[in-house]
Design a protein around this ligand. Structure first.
Ligand code: HEC
Ligand code: HEC
Length: 197
């Protein structure tokens, strides 16, 4: 009981922070603001949830944000946040969010998903030569389409190449080395775009 009371107190302090940090932009139709969602998550959710692209939650029952879409899509999460339809238990506090706050937090949750993170890495580093989506040609004529990569290489070969540094014989292909997290998230993205053999 004491624990519950304690957590409720934290939660109401946190909600107070939301209320004071939000003054403008309550337009229900405005576009989601990802960095606003991140700020809300840091201020209100990070005591329990891991709220970035990686890491374990401080409270182990609280699903890390980066895993939250495994069972439910972001739209459902947004709706549930707004309607207080999240799993009810004695730990997760009820947040009275505006539509915009719920949308911005949901947009942040979408942003930290492994697939989205993997896609951003490829967009930033590879897209100027490789086709990185399910359609389209590679801007560089010799660069393989990423959606066909797994027809030629098994996942563990790609994992190894990305983490140890991909080197090709082609003079235009730069050498890249990725962290373990980057490799894992790029693989999640690549798997999602592979075309049928
Ligand atoms: C005091 C701790 C605590 C805080 C603060 C907290 N949560 Fe949670 N949250 C939990 C716990 C514990 C669960 C798991 C509940 C369960 O599965 O029954 C949970 C579950 C959830 C779920 C459902 C996940 C799923 O897959 O079912 C969502 C979404 C969620 N929280 C979002 C948030 C957001 C957004 C915030 C900040 C605005 C937040 N939580 C703040 C403890 C917290
Ligand atoms: C400046 C252009 C350029 C950029 C940027 C680039 N590539 Fe490439 N990449 C190429 C070319 C050209 C080839 C074809 C190499 C060959 O045929 O030997 C290639 C080949 C590859 C191959 C196949 C290697 C093989 O041996 O068949 C992989 C995997 C690959 N690139 C991954 C990436 C990744 C991941 C990134 C971003 C982190 C990236 N490339 C960025 C030009 C590029």
């Amino acid at each position: 009981m004491l624990k519950r009371l304690f957590l409720t107190t934290i939660a109401s302090v946190a909600i107070g922070m939301v209320a004071s940090s939000i003054s403008t932009a309550q337009d229900a139709n405005s576009k989601a603001d990802i960095s606003h969602g991140r700020d809300l998550a840091r201020a209100n959710c990070a005591t329990c949830h891991a709220v970035t692209i990686d890491g374990a939650s401080p409270l182990h029952q609280a699903v890390p944000f980066w895993r939250m879409t495994i069972h439910r899509d972001v739209t459902t999460i947004e709706r549930d946040l707004l309607n207080h339809a999240l799993p009810q238990n004695n730990v997760m506090p009820v947040f009275n969010l505006t539509a915009k706050q719920a949308r911005d937090i949901a947009a942040w949750i979408a942003w930290v998903q492994p697939r989205a993170h993997g896609k951003r890495i490829l967009e930033a580093n590879c897209a100027k030569c490789h086709a990185i989506s399910a359609q389209g040609d590679s801007p560089h004529p010799d660069a393989p389409l990423f959606r066909e990569l797994m027809q030629f290489y098994p996942v563990d070969a790609i994992e190894e190449a990305f983490s140890q540094g991909i080197e090709t014989t082609h003079p235009d292909m730069p050498i890249f080395k990725m962290t373990e997290l980057q490799v894992a998230d790029v693989i999640v993205y690549l798997q999602s775009i592979q075309s049928e053999k």
